[in-house]
Design a binder for this molecule. Structure first.
Ligand SMILES: Nc1ncnc2c1ncn2[C@@H]1O[C@H](COP(=O)(O)OP(=O)(O)OP(=O)(O)O)[C@@H](O)[C@H]1O
Length: 222
């Protein structure tokens, strides 16, 4: 489902220094697998996630996701791939607080030119799935942290992607909300989603639902 072959990622800093964030990563994640990437700050976890989501390209190596050779995709195809195949959950939700729950969730559909009926169907599916239907027309800024989290996850799932990527999803949550997030992950796994989570949070370590914990150290798999 997700294959990284000999991935090297270099960043150029201030047009002179080169930082090698990934030093030859080989990784194969199977369909339906739940993988946790762990490792200290700066080890390269977010870089791996952004490559899988086609948010950036490797300096060298090949990435194949769901049959698409995404390391070679031109930018317009990359955003199309992202919209259909990837649900991204960010650390700080990345919601627009002045918009309603509905408008936040349907944001990824805007470039797709769907008719109102299709939008309502997709919206209704995720509102129900993540138990946030009763807040549909409220502004996001008036929601609790847990509700905002559910809105963010609903938005990531609006296109029913096969792959869910989460970068430090519990970094800003208390333990109760973190455990709630883990329940949602369980549900997504039961639906057959392939899930990759980068985290420092020990709540994810040794969890029964996690198929593999992969440690990254200074840009390489330990
Ligand atoms: N856009 C960028 N420009 C320059 N250097 C970058 C950039 N993004 C990441 N890096 C560097 O690449 C390395 C890996 O960073 P990355 O964000 O992938 O680590 P991480 O394991 O996700 O860390 P954290 O847990 O703190 O989020 C670090 O040395 C970082 O400073």
């Amino acid at each position: 489902m997700i294959e990284l072959k000999e991935i090297i990622k270099e960043y150029e800093v201030n047009n002179q220094n080169i930082v090698t964030a990934l030093k030859g990563i080989n990784l194969h994640i199977k369909e339906g697998e739940l993988v946790v990437l762990k490792g200290s700050s700066g080890s390269g976890k977010s870089t791996i996630l952004s490559l899988i989501a086609a948010l950036s390209k490797p300096t060298s190596g090949e990435i194949i996701v769901d049959g698409d050779r995404i390391s070679k995709l031109p930018d317009n195809f990359a955003s199309d791939f992202r919209r259909h195949s990837i649900g991204f959950v960010f650390q700080k939700y990345n919601l627009i607080s002045s918009l309603s729950v509905k408008d936040n969730i349907i944001l990824p559909l805007v470039p797709m030119n769907l008719d109102e009926k299709e939008i309502e169907e997709k919206l209704s599916r995720v509102l129900k799935m993540f138990h946030i239907e009763h807040k549909k027309n409220q502004l996001v800024k008036n929601l609790s942290g847990g509700e905002q989290q559910r809105v963010a996850i609903a938005r990531a799932n609006i296109n029913n992607p096969k792959i869910i990527i989460a970068d430090e999803p519990t970094a800003n949550l208390d333990e109760k909300l973190s455990l709630h997030f883990i329940d949602i992950v369980k549900e997504l796994k039961a639906q057959g989603k392939t899930i990759v989570i980068a985290t420092h949070d020990p709540l994810f370590f040794g969890l029964e639902i996690v198929d593999r914990e992969i440690e990254i150290y200074q840009g390489a798999i330990v």
